[in-house]
Design a binder for this molecule. Structure first.
Ligand code: ADP
Ligand code: MG
Ligand code: MG
Length: 889
């Protein structure tokens, strides 16, 4: 008796399985067994396990030898439970065959109902029910479904037959067809099958059953299912189960019905029973859209102004039973349920329950409500809300009913929506914004020189570029809505307009950008602002209690810093100073500094920049109060600040009085074939120490300024692109010296740290040595990913998609940190760093800090904080809490 159990029965007093066997029985089968165990009215049946599916594929599409005997035994048991017999015309047992993977999965074979009907059993069913019309209606449904999903016949064939029968008899609705009509249609259906397939429709119920079972298992490997699995990270090894269940009939006349329900409203989360049903109908009629289903409750029927009766009114007893059942199920599963039920001649049967899909808004409300009701704990509520989906709730959005006048579509590169006037130039955007005008920057593509204009804009549209283009990455970082790659957009700078799909939009015209859908709309759409209090605030409070890691933001302007604080940031993890250099007023001094041949001239240019930097830091320290601010010193290669073409150099020369030839020469001189690995980061300061000196002076003067006002700024100075301890030591010594100089002059001290970015493999390897000098580490996982994998983020788009599709990489490593490889370097650096300096502060900055899957990795690695764009701070807070809670279980 050691044969494996491939088949599990449920219902009718048998308790073969339960919800804990989800991986074996699939979601549908496990929940049917569970409902039966709870004594809910479930038609009995049996489940062929997911292991059958795996065995089927492991053995060249052959079943395990014991399967057929076990199915026969299960069928015999089912006959006993129902008092009917499969294929027996006197009292036929009919079944449904239903696929059921572990996770609900579109793409799998559709359900076949009424299986077991043939020319003989249909007569038995007619006699037994006293309703020949019902029997033949069931038969024609069966032939249609079986031919469609098992025999894979075009269903148009049947629609034509039915259509022409209705036409000849002048019928409008299917319900007008009589028993005799359906008999004729059935005969025609069968003839059509034989004609199309060259063999008759299977009359033998056993043959029908194995046909349907085989179709379910085969559908596990159809293109739709494979596609869905790939996009939802469902492993092929999970397999699907098959459920065979005794039929109950919602199409047995006016006291029968079928319906679907949610225990709470899946779009708002309101604690309101919600659903639809149809009288005298079967299976998918409710969702098929042939007849319009009706509301379950009287309240929602009235709200929808529907005529007729709700289930509550039409069948009050059944409704009361359904209410009892749904309350029991919700309390049992401790989550919102999505239910399917059928009423046969006044008796309720449950056919499915599962945790219901819901919008982000509903997920939030349901989690908070259920915790308040005592159904789940606060920690469970925190685990219930998908952190990534929270993004939908954090940005202004276009009102639901607003009628969209779409100009063009592109990629949804950065979420949220914004309204503004079209501009085509970054400087102009900045000027108008300074005058209080809301602007939207529309460009072919953006570059680092446009940053100030992007900052000044409410949203950004580009004609070119993908999801990881400059515009997309920068806009996400700034929390600006962005549509990138809107290929229909043709910008004409001379005329000051753009064209898209035959329309002309002029500079100054008002448009709305929906970065969540990728749409650009004409006019000012009606907007809805995000709600940061209420349920959102409550859940965030619970998340904050549960998490270990701190959450900081990447911010470089006082406005971004203020947003970060509003969204709950506990500090700034990355304040990039180079963005401050691009400002129209300062870029001239930056260029002068770059052109300088002598140190004295360089210092003179830097002196011009100094007051600006100092004012920047004052504003940021003021915005952040007593929260730490990590300031990264100048990082990009200098050529990014120079004009590149002869024409641009001439323009700049005219505007600044600099020499055009010198500009061009220097620009050529600084050009690098591989700037990502070039003269950048701390390398600049090793060669030109006065650059970081100016920045240090600005930081410490600003800190003293703010401290004088009674605040307690906490600067954390971060040296980028370090590869060696010596490099860091040289620079830290200068920082400390300038700090002492400023403190002496000002007669006060400010606490500060000097740390390093770990963004190059050598730095990770030498972390032990570097930690002897560095007071904190911040992992720059963007560059660390680029340099560890030898992948350029800006160029990898061409093949990265294929790599993910082919399974070479599990995910895009610039979206979710590569825990295996890059992660190993992070872990190693943490370990070596902390071995040398106990309690070394460890953080991460870069886009990964706002990605929930990456946050889970950083929790495992033991980092102290993550840092991400201000708008993703709540996502990171929730993800950090979930990671901490996940680790505890
Ligand atoms: P899906 O996974 O697509 O929802 P189901 O297996 O749940 O497919 O079947 C769809 C519908 O078919 C069910 O909602 C139910 O109305 C009907 N159905 C399935 N099995 C039975 C049954 N044994 N008796 C009556 N109706 C059934
Ligand atoms: Mg379906
Ligand atoms: Mg279903």
């Amino acid at each position: 008796m050691s044969a494996k159990q491939w088949v599990y029965g449920f219902g009718g007093g048998e308790s073969g399985g339960d919800a804990s066997l989800k991986s074996l029985l699939g979601g549908k089968g496990a929940n049917l067994a569970e409902m039966a165990r709870l004594d809910l009215p479930v038609p009995p049946g049996f489940t062929l396990t997911t292991e059958v599916c795996n065995a089927f594929y492991a053995n060249n599409r052959a079943y395990p030898p014991e399967l057929s005997g076990q199915v026969d035994a299960a069928l015999a048991a089912l006959e006993k439970k129902t008092g009917k017999a499969f294929g027996n015309p006197a009292n036929p047992l009919l079944v449904s065959v239903r696929s059921g993977a572990r996770a609900s999965m579109p793409g799998m074979m559709d359900t076949v109902l009424n299986l077991g009907l043939n020319d003989e059993t249909v007569e038995g069913l007619a006699k037994l029910s006293g309703d020949a019309r019902f029997a033949y209606d069931s038969y024609r449904r069966f032939i249609q479904m079986y031919s469609d999903v098992v025999l894979e016949l075009e269903h148009g064939v049947f629609e034509e037959i039915l259509g022409s029968h209705k036409d000849t008899n002048d019928y409008r609705a299917d319900t007008e067809l009589t028993a005799d009509d359906w008999k004729i249609v059935v005969a025609e259906y069968k003839r059509a099958v034989e004609r199309e397939l060259g063999k008759p429709f299977p009359n033998d119920p056993k043959e029908q059953l194995w046909g349907a079972v085989g179709a379910v298992f085969s559908s596990w490997m159809n293109d739709r299912a494979i596609f869905y699995r790939k996009h939802n990270n469902i492993p092929e090894s999970w397999g699907t189960a098959v459920n065979v269940q005794a039929m109950v009939f919602g199409n047995m006349g006016e006291t029968s019905a079928t319906g679907v329900a949610f225990t709470r409203d899946p779009s708002t989360g309101d604690k309101k029973f919600y659903g639809e049903f149809l009288i005298n109908a079967q299976g998918e009629d409710v969702v098929a859209g042939i007849r319009t289903p009706k509301a379950l409750t009287k309240a929602s029927r009235l709200e929808m102004k529907e005529p007729g009766e709700s289930l509550e009114e039409a069948m009050p007893e059944v409704y009361a039973e359904l209410v009892r059942v749904y309350q029991k199920l919700e309390a049992h599963y401790r989550d919102m349920q999505d239910l399917e039920f059928t009423v046969e001649r006044g008796k309720l049967y449950m056919l499915q329950t599962r945790n219901g899909k819901r919008t982000a808004k509903a997920a939030l409300k349901i989690a908070v409500d259920m915790a308040a009701e005592g159904l789940i704990t606060q920690d469970e509520a925190v685990l219930r809300v998908d952190a990534a989906a929270l993004d939908q709730l954090l940005h202004p959005t276009i009102a639901a009913g607003y009628k969209r006048d779409i100009i063009c579509k592109g990629l949804p590169a950065s979420p949220g929506a914004a309204v503004g006037k079209v501009v085509f130039d970054a400087d102009e955007a900045e000027k108008l914004a300074a005058d209080g005008v809301d602007v939207i920057l529309v460009r072919d593509e953006t570059s680092p020189e446009d940053i100030h204009g992007m900052h000044a804009s409410k949203a950004i549209v580009t004609a070119r570029g993908g999801m990881t283009s400059h515009a997309a990455v920068v806009a996400r970082g700034m929390g600006r809505p962005c549509v990138s790659g809107a290929g229909d957009v043709r910008i004409d700078m001379k005329l000051g307009e753009f064209r898209a799909l035959g329309r002309v939009i002029k500079k100054g015209d008002v448009i709305t950008v929906d970065g969540s859908s990728g749409e650009v709309l004409l006019g000012a759409a009606e907007m809805v602002q995000p709600e940061l209090t209420g349920d959102f605030g409550t859940l965030m409070g619970w998340a904050d209690k549960a998490r270990r890691m701190k959450v900081r933001a990447n911010a470089e302007t006082p406005a971004d810093a203020a947003t970060a604080v509003k969204y709950g940031a506990e500090g700034i993890g990355l304040c990039r100073t180079e963005h401050m250099f691009f400002d129209a007023e300062r870029i001239a001094a930056v260029r002068e500094m770059i052109l300088a041949e002598k140190q004295s001239a360089r210092v003179a240019a830097l002196d011009k920049l100094f007051p600006h930097q100092r004012a920047d830091f004052v504003a940021i320290f003021e915005a952040m109060g007593a929260r730490p601010v990590t300031i990264r010193y100048l990082d990009p290669p200098l050529h990014e600040f120079l004009p590149h073409t002869e024409e641009d150099c001439a323009d700049v020369a005219k505007a600044t009085g600099l020499d055009a030839k010198a500009l061009l020469a220097r620009s050529k001189d600084l050009a690098e074939s591989n700037p990502m690995l070039g003269f950048r980061g701390c390398r600049l300061a090793i060669v030109f120490p006065e650059i970081y000196d100016m920045q240090s002076r600005a930081v410490f003067e600003a800190a003293c300024d703010v401290a004088e006002q009674g605040a307690a700024p906490i600067p954390e100075i971060m040296i980028p692109f370090v590869i060696a301890k010596k490099e860091f030591e040289l620079l830290k010594a200068r920082v400390d010296a300038i700090a002492e100089e400023v403190f002496a002059k000002r007669g006060r001290r400010v606490e500060y740290l000097v740390g390093t970015m770990i963004e190059l493999p050598r730095a990770a390897l030498k972390a032990g040595e570097i930690a002897e000098a560095a007071e904190f580490f911040s992992f720059g996982t963007n560059d660390l990913t680029q340099t560890t994998m030898g992948l350029s983020r800006d160029d990898a788009g061409k093949f990265l998609g294929t790599y993910v599709d082919r399974g070479v990489l599990a995910t895009d490593p610039f979206v979710t940190v590569d825990a295996d490889g890059v992660g190993e370097l992070v872990g190693l650096a943490c370990e070596r760093g902390r071995a040398v300096r106990q309690g070394l502060k460890l953080g991460v900055c870069g886009e990964h800090g706002g990605d929930p899957a990456s946050v889970a990795f950083f929790e495992r690695a033991g980092l102290d904080y993550v840092s991400c764009s201000p708008y993703r701070v709540p996502i990171a807070r929730l993800a950090a809490a979930q990671a901490a809670l996940g680790g505890k279980r």
